[in-house]
Design a protein around this ligand. Structure first.
Ligand code: ARG
Ligand code: ASP
Length: 689
């Protein structure tokens, strides 16, 4: 009996502790994990990962733009990130004459590098726990509103003080653990970042959306940029007088190869995870939100693809838009499946039952019941909101109308908005999407939630099709030349346009019918989650918690490892050029490789050229472009994806099946040399072996 009892205790302790390799850890607190990292093979120290006293690995990692990661690979500001992270910029430089998306782009010297207006890279200077400072002045008699405004005032003071200390600094105070902890993040932001190289999409996006989120994978998903600084090595706006930035640290590159079991870690900026939410929230995601959004996106993707396959110009116009619609669409499919397969709703319910029993005698009593009640209330509103964003808000013409109106109201010219819009606009796609999306909205939103405007228009025109015909023939927004002539004095005309009228009617409906309730309930949910989060940490005293991802710098570690996606299948963790040749098919767009690659392969000797590899590092969106490092901190790869069966790792991590996918750095070097003919770039890199 005693034995059985201790076995049960042991089981509970084990099940409550972190699953192997789960976690996205704050670099400043990495000393708490360093023992485990070293036990798993890491050879360096916590100070090597993050230090404010000396150059450390963190100084070679950047937030690239506002949703990806990049890493420095030379003392000349050379930077690697993913092809899909540079995609929008590569596309902006592309035209039918210079199709850099299709053909690739390689600067043969610094004068050929291309500037990218609006692109920034941010280096983390330091991060600091400022919980006490942020809450200074707080007392328990304050209500939430007072607490929020106190936090705002204190945070503003802290960020102002921080950015006054140097040039090009930016600072944020971020809430961690739902506001149980606050950290100050101070960045140095560089604004002159130039495109140096990108492989053709037939390499950089090889496998396209067919292989996206999949293994075996053979995508050469990288692009190369260079950071420029002023003469003092400080951030500056683009200028031809700027010089390559000299980083405090850059990664050495390892070419000595990897094998299953090797230690790896990923240093980057994961965007968003929800590891600590309730079973109700998980159930909403897996049973309602994901399936509905998947169905809506399937419709849009089919419409876009139909026109893209007919015309190269349309394909270029919609390639970036199509990829971003497809990306979440596929991820949600894996997430829904993964949550159901892991029975996460049941296991969360079981956990909640135990939590409630434990909470009976303490201050967390009732917190879960409160969340359950709030969740039931917010669900229909939130569903209508999500449905609105995935339908009406995807009609491009309405977006243009709204953007133009905003520019005119703010007394700004409309030229940039209009030029950017029409460069990538194909009206037949938008018309078909209009009909599909308005119909879906009408068929899926409860009568009581529907905007009166929608009901009126449907009775006026009799069908969505007729409404669409009328709108597209009467709106001035379909005519680029006319839109370009609009001035402030024309605001009245714009506000009466049927496209603007529709945008405005739906937006007001959202603002008046949904938003106030969603905001009110969300702030109550936020407070309840703050308690529940702290409660979970008190409930499981022995577990080390990591905060949900929020685009702040994190370290995830694990090892190179294959997986078994289903009975009788085992996926090996390393793919090679041989696999690209096996997939090669000139008749299938996603698998049609450049002739040059075929020729190189035909010469022999490259069968074993590594291309991608799998590991158990816990990553998410935003980790794209992150450096993947070996036990010595040398660069072995660039993270770019996860396997779709494991995308529920944003909610629940399964060590058996959650894998990140990285590009082997040796395939990057192969492409630079053999496909790009830009071997000169290798001279500025430093190789560890
Ligand atoms: N799934 C990856 C990520 O979430 C890559 C996306 C880009 N590639 C694509 N085929 N759409 O960013
Ligand atoms: N592909 C993702 C990104 O762009 C990474 C992921 O979701 O694993 O950040």
């Amino acid at each position: 009996m005693k034995k059985l009892f201790s076995l049960i205790v042991l089981l509970i302790v084990v099940s409550q502790s972190l699953k192997a390799d789960e976690g996205m850890w704050l670099p400043a607190l990495i000393s708490q994990r360093i023992g485990d990292m070293q036990a798993k093979g890491f050879k360096l120290t916590a100070e090597d990962i993050y230090s404010i006293n000396k150059a450390s690995l963190k100084d070679a990692v950047v937030l690239f733009g506002s949703g990806c990661t990049g890493e420095l690979v030379s003392d000349q500001g050379l930077l690697f990130t993913n092809h899909h992270c540079g995609y929008g910029y590569i596309q902006r430089h592309s035209s039918v004459e210079h199709d850099y998306l299709r053909d690739g782009f390689w600067a043969m010297n610094s004068s050929e590098e291309l500037p990218n207006n609006g692109l920034t890279v941010s280096f983390l200077e330091y991060m600091e726990d400022v919980t006490d400072k942020v809450l200074s002045g707080y007392n328990s008699s304050m209500n939430e509103k007072q607490r929020d405004s106190l936090i705002k005032v204190n945070s503003n003071r802290l960020t102002k003080q921080a950015i006054a200390k140097g040039k090009g600094l930016n600072a944020n105070v971020e809430a961690l653990f739902y506001g149980n902890q606050y950290f100050l993040f101070v960045f140095k932001v560089f604004r002159d970042v130039r495109l140096v190289g990108a492989p053709p999409s037939s390499i950089g996006k090889f496998g396209g959306d067919t292989d996206n989120w999949m293994w075996p994978r053979h995508t050469g998903d990288f692009s190369i940029f260079r950071i420029y600084a002023d003469k003092n090595n400080e951030p500056a706006a683009y200028s031809k007088d700027n010089v390559p930035y000299k980083p405090k640290k850059f990664f050495k590159i390892s070419r000595s190869g990897i094998k299953e079991g090797d230690f790896t870690f990923v240093y980057g900026c994961p965007g968003s995870t929800k590891e600590y939410v309730t079973s109700d929230e998980v159930s909403y995601i897996a049973n309602i939100s994901d399936p509905k959004k998947i169905a809506l996106r399937s419709q849009r993707l089919d419409i876009q693809k139909k026109y893209m396959s007919k015309d190269q110009a349309v394909r270029i116009q919609y390639s970036s838009k199509n990829a971003s619609v497809a990306n979440a669409w596929k991820k949600w499919q894996g997430e829904e499946k993964g949550i159901k397969k892991m029975k996460t709703i049941d296991s969360k319910k079981e956990y909640e039952k135990r939590f409630k029993e434990w909470a009976l005698g303490n201050r967390y009593n009732g917190v879960l019941e409160k969340l359950e009640k709030l969740y039931a209330e917010i669900k229909p509103y939130f569903f209508a909101y999500e449905y609105y964003t995935e339908t009406i808000r995807t009609i491009e013409l309405l977006q243009l109308a709204s953007n133009v109106a905003t520019s005119l109201k703010n007394k700004r010219g409309v030229e940039t908005v209009v030029e950017n819009f029409f460069k990538d606009y194909y009206q037949p796609i938008d018309e078909e999407i209009f009909v599909a999306m308005v119909n879906s909205f009408n068929n899926n939103i409860d009568e009581e939630f529907k905007p009166q405007f929608l009901k009126d228009k449907l009775s006026e025109y009799g069908s969505v099709e007729k409404w669409k015909d009328n709108l597209f023939s009467n709106s001035l927004f379909i005519n680029k030349e006319k839109v370009l002539t609009l001035k402030e004095k024309d605001l009245d005309v714009v506000l009466k346009d049927p496209a603007y009228e529709m945008f405005e009617a739906f937006q007001s409906w959202y603002n008046e019918t949904l938003r106030p309730t969603i905001n009110r309930l969300n702030s109550e949910i936020r407070v309840a989650y703050r308690d529940y989060m702290q409660g979970q940490m008190d409930f499981e005293k022995n577990k080390q918690f990591y905060p949900d991802a929020n685009l702040t710098l994190r370290v995830a570690y694990g090892n190179i490892k294959g997986y078994s996606p289903a009975d009788a299948i085992y996926y090996k963790p390393i793919s090679t050029l041989k696999g690209i040749i096996e997939k090669d098919n000139p008749d299938i767009f996603d698998y049609n490789i450049p002739q040059k690659l075929r020729d190189i392969y035909a010469k022999g000797g490259y069968e074993e050229q590594p291309v991608c590899f799998l590991a158990t590092n816990h990553t998410t969106g935003g980790n794209s472009g992150s450096p993947v490092l070996d036990a010595n901190g040398n660069l072995i790869g660039i993270n770019f994806d996860r396997v779709w069966e494991g995308t529920m790792s944003d909610i629940v991590y399964d060590p058996e099946i959650c894998r990140n996918i990285s590009l082997d750095v040796r395939y990057v070097l192969f492409n630079i040399e053999h496909i790009g003919g830009a071997g000169y770039l290798l001279k500025e890199m430093v190789f560890a072996d």
